[in-house]
Design a protein around this ligand. Structure first.
Ligand code: GLN
Length: 200
C-alpha cells in the first residue's frame, strides 16, 4: 500500500494499515508510485499537497493510475484531491476527479475547527458506530449517481465510495477502529483494477 507522503498526517495511516497486516511504502516520486497497488491520500492541506504533486511530477502518473482503477483512500484533504469539483479552493488548485463529488473546503465552518461524531456505517456492515474525528473538514455538496454514500452526519455525506475510490471527510487514521482502512484492503484483495508492477 502506498501512502502519499508529500505533506500531512501520513504516519497514523501506516499504523492503521499495519494493524490490518498491510505493509506500506511512502510515495514521494513517480518511481515510488510504480511499486504500490493502492494509495492513501492523507489529510493535511490540499492546496499544499496539490502544489507538491506538481513539483514532484506526480500528478500525471497518479492520474493515470487512478484512471486505470488503482484503489485509493482519500481522507479530508485527500478527499478534496480526489473529488471532481472543489468549491472554495485556490484558483490554481486542481483535483483528480476520481470520484464524482463536489466538496467545499472547510465547509463545516471555519469557527468549528474540529468535532467528533459517531457514524453508522453502511459498509462494512457492523452494529458498532464508528467514532470519527473531523478537522477543518470539507462538506460534500453534490454526490454523483455512481457514488455510494456509506455514512452521513445530519444528512451530509462524510464517507463515500465510487468503484475502488473511497473518501472520508474525517480522519479514520485517528481512531483505533480500522474499518475504513479495511475497505481499501478489501478493494486491493478484490483485485480488479490493480496494476502491481511486475517483478522480474
Ligand atoms: N482544510 C484542509 C484543506 O482544505 C483539509 C483539512 C484536513 O485535511 N484535516 O485541505
Amino acid at each position: 500500500m502506498g501512502l502519499l507522503a508529500l505533506q500531512g498526517a501520513v504516519e497514523p495511516h501506516a499504523r492503521s494499515l499495519a494493524r490490518l497486516g498491510a505493509s506500506t511504502l511512502e510515495v514521494r516520486r513517480p518511481d515510488h508510485l510504480a511499486d504500490v497497488d493502492a494509495l492513501v491520500l492523507p489529510g493535511g492541506e490540499s492546496t499544499t499537497i496539490s502544489m507538491l504533486l506538481d513539483r514532484q511530477e506526480l500528478r500525471a502518473p497518479l492520474a493515470e493510475r487512478l484512471a486505470a482503477g488503482m484503489p485509493a483512500l482519500g481522507t479530508c484533504a485527500g478527499m478534496i484531491l480526489l473529488a471532481s469539483e472543489v468549491l472554495d479552493g485556490r484558483p490554481d488548485q486542481r483535483s483528480f476527479g476520481a470520484i464524482d463529488l463536489a466538496v467545499r473546503r472547510n465547509g463545516f465552518g471555519r469557527q468549528v475547527d474540529s468535532f467528533e461524531a459517531d457514524l453508522v456505517l453502511a459498509a462494512p456492515p457492523g452494529a458498532d458506530p464508528f467514532h470519527a474525528v473531523f478537522i477543518r473538514a470539507p462538506v460534500v455538496e453534490r454526490v454523483g449517481d455512481e457514488v455510494e454514500v456509506l455514512a452521513a452526519v445530519d444528512g451530509s455525506p462524510v464517507l463515500c465510495r465510487q468503484g475502488n475510490v473511497i473518501v472520508s471527510s474525517f480522519h479514520p487514521e485517528l481512531s483505533d477502529d480500522t474499518r475504513i482502512h479495511q475497505l481499501l484492503v478489501a478493494a486491493v484483495e478484490a483485485g480488479d483494477g490493480t496494476r502491481p508492477r511486475e517483478v522480474s
